[in-house]
Ligand binder design. Structure first.
Ligand code: R5P
Length: 259
């Protein structure tokens, strides 16, 4: 890895722990203004002090986030689809690398849809993005998207998607936690972070998810709804951070939430 690429990676994944807590607020690019993210700037303001990076689109970055932001940016650069459109998997590069550099992004994020009719296009676009990223020293985070098919989140499918993303050159991969997650980690030679997915029934469920993923080899979490849709969003991100960076137990983390 070249110096610039290494430097950006070290801003995203703490070298002292080899782990990361990222805050994802990019959902609107295909889901619109979902609950608690109607005003993303207001939602994230109290959370910025506790995250290692923020994942979002250029539109939200420019319009809702102050330019004195100190937190590294993971810029969502894919899009072109919507939750009500004909094919959620029909996603392409929507924001160019020049924009990412202009916006001082530390990484770009792109979704791949393995096993769908748009598999080929999304994988080719990932390759293109990696080529551009290598040229400018910008890491690429590949997201193994499943769209509406949440049942696809099993170890066999996720191991396949994550490995393909790494083989095509992604510097990090974002996926889902699943049963036998260790198998997914084992087959992926780059750091894996997990999404939280839709809001879980309880805060304790979200802590369990974080704890299990970290214990089984995830490098961290890129979490959204289970943090900012929580009635104690600051408490949630602090508790998750304790698990990820301080190896806290679920019980210790739960104490921060008074649950
Ligand atoms: C989803 O497509 C977005 O990329 C989100 O960044 C991702 O799913 C993480 O957010 P959450 O924890 O809410 O699933």
């Amino acid at each position: 890895m070249d110096w610039g690429m290494k430097n950006r990676m070290s801003r995203l994944i703490r070298p002292e722990t080899g782990r990361a807590v990222w805050l994802a607020i990019d959902h609107g690019y295909f889901l619109g203004p979902l609950s608690k993210l109607e005003d993303p700037g207001k939602t994230v303001k109290p959370l910025l002090a506790y995250t290692d990076a923020i994942m979002l689109t250029r539109g939200v970055l420019r319009n809702c986030i102050s330019a004195d932001l100190k937190v590294p940016i993971i810029l969502r650069v894919s899009g072109g689809n919507s939750i009500v459109g004909p094919a959620l998997s029909d996603e392409g590069i929507q924001t160019c690398m020049e924009e990412a550099i202009r916006l001082n992004a530390s990484a770009v994020a792109f979704s791949i849809y393995v096993g769908t009719k748009h598999e080929h296009n999304t994988l080719m676009a990932l390759g293109e993005l990696v080529n551009e990223g290598q040229r400018y020293g910008i890491p690429v985070l590949a997201v193994t998207a499943v769209g509406k098919e949440l049942e696809k989140r099993d170890a066999r499918y996720l191991a396949l998607s994550c490995r393909i993303a790494a083989e095509l050159g992604a510097q990090a991969v974002k996926t889902y936690y699943c049963e036998d997650f260790k198998e997914v980690v084992k087959g992926c030679p780059v750091p894996l972070v997990i999404a939280g997915g839709p809001k879980l029934k309880t805060k304790l469920d979200a802590l369990h998810l974080a704890y299990d993923a970290i214990s089984e080899g995830a490098a961290g979490l890129d979490m959204g709804r289970n943090i900012w849709q929580s009635d104690n969003a600051v408490g949630m991100i602090k508790a998750i951070k304790r698990i990820v960076h301080d190896n806290a137990s679920i019980k210790e983390a739960a104490k921060l939430l008074k649950i």
